[in-house]
Design a protein around this ligand. Sequence first.
Ligand code: ADP
Length: 761
Amino acid sequence: MSQSEDTTAQNASLTNHDRKPIHLPGSIQPHGVLLALSPQLEILQVSNNTQQYFGKTSQDLLGQFLNSLLDEQQVEAIKQCWRKNIGSVNSYKVLIITNNIEQYFDCIVHRTADVLIVELEAMSTTGYAYASRTEVSFLSFQGLVSDAIAQMQSTSNLTQFLDLVAIEVRKITDFDRVMVYQFDQGGAGSVVAEAKRADLSPYLGLHYPATDIPAQTRDLYMRCKLRFIPDLKAEAVNLVPIENPKTHQPLDLSLSVLRSVDACCVEFHQNMGLAAMLVISLIKEGQLWGLISCHHHTPQYIPYEVRKMCEFLGQIVSSELAHKVSHSEWDYEVKLKSLQSEFLASISQADNFIDALIKPELRLLDVVSASGAAVCLDNEISLVGVTPDIEQVRALIEWADNQVRDNLFYTDSLAKLYPDGIVFKDTASGLLLLRISQVRRYYILWFRPEVIQMVNWAGNPNPSIHLVDGSVTLGPRKSFAKWQETVRLTSLAWKQCELDSAIALRNAIVGIVLSKADELAKINLELERSNRELSSFAYAASHDLKEPLRGIYNYSTILLEDYAQVLDADGIECLETVIALSVRMEALINALLRLAQLGKAQLREKATDLNELLNHVIDLFRASRQYSVFFDIRIPRPLPTIPCDSVLVNEVFSNLIGNALKYNDKPEQWAEIGYLDRIKPHATGQTSLPVFYVRDNGIGIPEHHQETIFRLFKRLHSQEKFGGGVGAGLAIVKKIVELHNGQIWVESTVGVGSTFYFTLE
Ligand code: ADP
């Protein structure tokens, strides 16, 4: 067999072993008799030990009806069990007379799909070799149990409670050792309470690997809450015939009290030096939480009624357990819940929810009891507490994103899954990652440090593997000597309530972010509408103002031209002022109109060669009389061709060049038009974005005005100076640049010159 085949066979047989059906052994333990009955109560199968109990062989009984053993009244009671649900167990006291000897039996009856299983255990020790406590009356057991319950209920913490459970069960059963055994999530268990004979070495705190109690045994413990083996050495008694003669199926003994013991289990417990055992299941919230496991070093019989009491006690413990366990967890959960609501309140009020998350830092850590956290919003990562560095966190998110299920990924031993994580095991052996949005790459990560633990196992927990007939099987462990393991690369485990807390936080963030986005969308809509209204109003108002204004201008001109002779010098001056003011007012109205039009403008973008566009602008300047003085326009390198609205961009350059020459008192004026290359990050890498500029050697702009000049009607000079604009040019330029999603700003030194920069994205 090759190495790899060998490994596969090993894995396969380990699971096969797990699947060996222990509920169909075809045999029982010898401390009672089993009958399998048809619906008509015909005996279909019987254990091969009836001679010892009833003086009749199995052959004598097979094919007979139950009334060949029991009287009518008893038969009638048992018959009723057919009407009961599959799995419900009933018990009776029955009398069987054999050779004039009266013998009482505990008769335990339950139904499977097609047969009624009747199990009979003799009620006195007569004829049965084991030491027994039947001498102690049933009533005194009942007293013991109610005392036990009262005491247990009075304990306040779980450890105290489980200690008492062990002590009380030991009192009732009189076994050498009683342990309370708790399973972890992986099925491994540890002894959490113990009561024992003084001379025995303690098992308290020892851990048992999951393989000690295979999955199907655990399943059976869920269904059958008490398992009793009075003598591990006792030879099993076969059923006759071995299969149901009608269905040819083996008999399902899952709920049988007498079911024989699996050979593996016998060997395991004999290796531990045991002779008798009693196991009571502890169930919390529908899961097998643990076991009360009672060991004895010599055979020990416990009557059915006492076992029933123990089972009842197990149920009480189970229900108290939920209560007691939740008591200590409850405080913690309440604390987490209050942190959550604090979060909720601050996130919903904050404009920036990242700030609300990471301030105060401790709250983000406490909400899942972590020692470090990272909040990742797209490419931005904020670290809180003790964490790996930003690049390590970034790489970790890349990896962990593929592991996320239901927006969550968590592990208490990261390095075992993510080998690169070994370098930051001290800060992040435990990881809890919460995905808030995949589209936006929003995550919160919490970290816990490595906690090196010494685990005391009851023997080497690695399964002993045997090679039998060329195939590998998992054998029971032989050694139970304390075996210490150092568990590394592991943090404290994440509790369910901590995971719940993380998920609750996510829901809150998603809810709040979404409702914020909704709110913003509404506000935007509203703004857009009022903007549109405002533009329409400005447009209509300025448009309508032009007509009376034109009238004022025309009539003043007529007055001046035709009636100048009847006016004195003051009158003429007044009229000239009216005309000048109306001209100025028209300029203002035109500027307003232009701006209002821009508010409603749709960009008509097309590839535009800016060199051509500039030539056109410059030609116009040269042609205009205003700039007939010598001026120089420099273009150091050809401009690019870009997509833009050429008419509007023409206006931008015209305005800026116009200002460059207008606000200039130098004898040799110049303007330089060019562009710089700016590298800009982009989804698919980097692109270069031209930053255009218009530079002049003009009068310059004081620093405190470098922003205000872009406001409408903002002028820094009186009308007479520098050509008397209306102060709308830069507001229009800014509007056009913003329509192109660009930006505009100025750098300037008074007396030296200014440079206006702008982008058009
Ligand atoms: P106007 O249409 O009156 O020129 P602008 O909006 O174009 O108004 O400019 C606003 C103000 O900014 C101007 O009054 C001027 O004082 C100042 N300004 C604009 N461009 C320059 C420049 N190149 N150099 C110096 N000052 C300038």
